[in-house]
Design a protein around this ligand. Structure first.
Ligand code: GRF
Length: 197
């Protein structure tokens, strides 16, 4: 049984999909803790699904490195097999990535390497793209630059708002994330092979 720790900053709708998938006794992964860098709405999923949560508030620390050390301390309590960034809107410091790699993956609402960064959906629209996508990657020291373990195209429809397009992307992200975790748990995806150089 693969133990998962999921880090969020927002509503956690992608996390909800993982939680719902892991309610199936056949699904070989379980979320053991949910963490956030703020008082994220998605932490409420912990109460709903009976899973411990924690928040390491970025603003409570003098700098990113100190925040990262505190976050790593919390993560280590749970000894997860895999840490998943699912809407964590914060770059992890190199020390944290190094400590967790390669058992650290991220979901991104674009077809990487297209449109990396915090505004992938907005950037695809601004670029006038006719398609974008969703990607699951192994986190490395870059920004959304790590090895891709799953991705799928999502069409951009005329008149799409950022919110509408993002919701359509999330439908794909959730399916890719649940499948990627399954593939990792089953050994069909070996993160060490995908681990960043
Ligand atoms: C997802 O699209 C994720 O890829 C991006 O932020 C969004 C989080 O959405 N980094 P939610 O909090 O899971 O609803």
């Amino acid at each position: 049984m693969l133990s998962l720790l999921v880090l969020i900053s927002g509503g956690g709708s992608n996390l909800r999909s993982l939680l719902e998938a892991s309610e199936d006794a056949e699904y070989p992964a379980r979320v053991v803790a949910i963490g956030a860098d703020r008082d994220a709405d998605g932490l409420g999923l912990g109460e709903e699904f009976g899973i411990p949560t924690f928040a390491v508030n970025y603003g409570s620390y003098p700098d990113r490195a100190a925040w990262g050390d505190a976050l790593l301390e919390q993560i280590r309590i749970w000894q997860p097999d895999l840490v998943i960034l699912s809407g964590l809107m914060r770059l992890l410091p190199p020390r944290v990535v190094a400590a967790l790699s390669p058992n650290l993956i991220n979901t991104h609402p674009a077809y990487l390497p297209e449109f990396p960064g915090a505004h992938g959906v907005r950037d695809a629209l601004a670029a006038g793209a006719t398609q974008t996508g969703a990607s699951i990657i192994v986190v490395d020291g870059g920004v959304d630059a790590g090895p891709i373990i799953a991705q799928e195209r999502v069409a951009i429809e005329a008149g799409d708002s950022e919110a509408a397009l993002h919701e359509r992307i999330k439908l794909v992200e959730r399916r890719l994330l649940v499948q990627a975790v399954l593939d990792i748990a089953n050994g069909h995806v070996n993160l060490k092979e995908h681990s960043p150089a």
